[in-house]
Write a protein that binds this ligand. Structure first.
Ligand code: SF4
Ligand code: SF4
Length: 591
């Protein structure tokens, strides 16, 4: 095979390996944490195992699923991949797809985000599959995820229906040694589900996915392995008779699953079940080791089942408690062009309404330039709704929507066309950093790049905006803060003077992660400290991680490890604008 015998991989790579070993013909995806690494890994294993697979980043999840359906209907083994909220985008083909005439196989890999850690909502793909009668397999670990990818594809081919393989971020991003000697095939990829420890009928636990592995650790640490019957569920739907019989045989049953009540609802008999309905399992949030240990201790206590006193190893916590760290809330990178855009938006119209969107630029909320964030592309739709409302009520309120380039292509084209057709008078700032930055720098249609590198058909955003009929369109470098403020005000004047809306401003500068690598700083080092009066304007309105406020000195200090010398903070500091006849934010860049 040209590959070594054992490799340590994250779960998403293991899924990709299982898919390639299953003989897939087509893989289509839209990136989204925690699913983004699967498609690049399919590309890698395609090369290593010398397979012929069509691989593509689709413009959104619906397109990915429809492309996969097309291939499956034509007799191929096809897979589409997305994060859990991406499954919502793909709902039209998903709901109807149960009845589609599949001649090959169709696997939907949907990666859930319990917590959530990087999503607008927690959502359980197992529940979606179960509700619509689509078989669902729940991966408990990277090793099993690889086997399940193959097994689930075989299941789809055999039954001629779409199948979901569900992962969660703890499976997708956990690392495990994968033995490459035995490829995942129809013969080797067997389900490892059923009764795992038999502790009698008084107390039983049902668990699926990563919660199974965690609960097994908890029972071991509490010395309860022999007091509990533990049942592992891998195929969530169709619900197995064996699981039903197990549930009936147990007097007191605890169900632990992420993130909704799926097994608990399917088991049905709530009188003997400890779970979300009874209040023993939290209704939201990740079921971490500590949470699950607390659940088991509580249930065991109520049942009078003795448990070994647990003494946690607190050496790491004790060591960490002696060290003080500066607080680092989620923030845009030092020198990020989006921060400059948000600053300019706030400076141009401090009292505007700011509909935001999904991407790293949602973090504009910390600069007061993102008021709302609903779903992919919604900034434009919400802006239209706000405009209609204000217009109806005779109110004059500036509306500045912000959206990233990848999200624009993903979901905003119909919304922009609709707004143009109806003459919505609001401003759309398209933050164009040339990539899908938050999920790992996947190409956008504008780059023309394809999943496997080559590409020959870039689609510039301005062509699309013009093609959809926008009358006002300006492209500006967001590092030019005075120019950006002027352009936004010009857009508003256009709208106020009866020009056709919406007005579109493309704030174009490549993502710092593209340009930073290997090139050092972007300009001359800046000195904020010498003249600093401690006014905190830069901290409150700009908040670049490249500087920090020294409370003891009451001065700003540069963090040389993070600062990329972009110089944009010079537009923000009043000390740098003093004597120039300008206010902060209007300082002409000197570097
Ligand atoms: S120059 Fe200023 S804005 Fe740019 S990275 Fe450094 S601290 Fe941040
Ligand atoms: S804006 Fe300028 S003067 Fe004010 S705290 Fe920041 S660096 Fe100091």
């Amino acid at each position: 095979m040209g590959i070594s015998e054992v490799e340590v991989m994250i779960g998403n790579q293991a899924i990709a390996l299982g898919l390639v070993e299953a003989g897939i013909d087509l893989a289509a995806a839209y990136p989204g944490t925690p699913s983004s690494e699967i498609l690049p890994a399919v590309t890698e294993f395609k090369k290593r195992l010398k397979r012929d697979i069509h691989i593509e980043w689709s413009v959104n999840e619906r397109v990915a699923m429809e492309v996969a359906f097309g291939a499956a209907m034509a007799g191929k083994k096809a897979v589409c991949m997305m994060k859990q909220v991406g499954l919502n985008v793909a709902f039209p083909p998903f709901i109807k797809g149960r009845e589609a005439a599949i001649r090959g196989g169709l696997l939907i890999v949907s990666c859930d985000d319990p917590g959530p850690q990087s999503s607008q909502t927690e959502q359980d793909s197992r529940l979606i599959g179960t509700l619509f009668g689509v078989p669902v397999f729940d991966a408990p670990s990277p090793v099993e995820a690889r086997l399940l990818a193959s097994h689930a594809m075989s299941y789809s081919v055999m039954h001629k229906i779409p199948v979901i393989l569900r992962s969660t971020h703890r499976v997708s991003h956990a690392r495990e040694a994968i033995c490459l000697d035995n490829p995942a095939t129809e013969k080797t990829a067997r389900l490892d589900d059923g009764l795992k420890t038999s502790g009698g009928s008084r107390f039983g636990i049902v668990a699926s996915g990563m919660t199974y592995n965690v609960i097994a650790d908890v029972l071991s640490d509490l010395g309860m392995e022999e007091a509990v019957s533990l049942y592992k569920v891998v195929r969530i739907f169709p619900f197995s008779n064996d699981l039903f019989e197990f549930a009936r045989s147990i007097e007191n049953l605890l169900v632990v699953e992420e993130t909704d009540e799926v097994l608990e609802a399917l088991i049905g008999d709530r009188t003997r079940v400890f779970g979300r309905k009874s209040g023993h399992v939290p209704r939201q949030g990740e079921l971490t080791y500590d949470v699950m240990r607390g659940i088991v201790q509580k249930v065991a206590g109520e049942l009078g089942i003795p448990i070994t006193a647990f003494s946690a190893d607190t050496t790491i916590e004790a060591a960490i408690s002696t060290v003080s760290f500066p607080q680092r809330p989620p923030r845009l990178c030092a020198g990020c062009p989006h921060r400059a855009s948000f600053y300019a938006m706030r400076q141009a119209f401090p009292k505007a309404v700011f509909p935001g969107d999904i991407g790293c630029y949602t973090l504009g909320i910390s600069q007061g330039a993102v008021d709302t964030c609903l779903d992919m592309g919604s900034s434009v739709g919400l802006a239209a709704g706000f405009f209609n409302t204000f217009d109806q009520d005779g109110a004059s309120v500036s509306i500045l929507a912000s959206i990233g380039d990848s999200t624009f292509f993903h979901a905003a084209l119909p919304l922009l066309y609709d707004a143009v057709r109806k003459g919505g008078r609001f401003i759309i700032i398209i933050m164009d950093n040339g990539t899908t930055a938050m999920t790992g720098m996947q190409p956008t249609p504008q780059s023309g790049m394809r999943a496997e590198g080559a590409g020959d058909h870039p689609i510039p955003i301005e062509h699309v905006v013009k093609g959809l009929g926008a009358e006002f369109l300006k492209i500006i470098d967001p590092y030019d803060i005075p120019g950006m403020i002027r352009t936004i005000r010009e857009a508003e004047t256009h709208l106020k003077q009866g020009g056709k809306g919406p007005a579109v401003v493309i704030a174009r500068r490549p993502c710092l992660l593209f340009v930073k690598a290997g090139k050092g700083g972007l300009g001359k080092p800046v000195d904020l400290t010498t003249d600093c009066t401690g006014c905190r304007r830069c901290v409150d309105l700009f908040g670049c991680p490249g500087f920090r406020f020294d409370e003891s000195e009451q001065k700003v200090r540069l963090d040389e490890a993070l600062c990329v010398s972009c110089g944009v903070c010079l537009f923000v500091c009043p000390q740098k604008t003093k004597g120039k006849g300008r206010r902060a934010g209007e300082f002409e860049k000197t570097q």
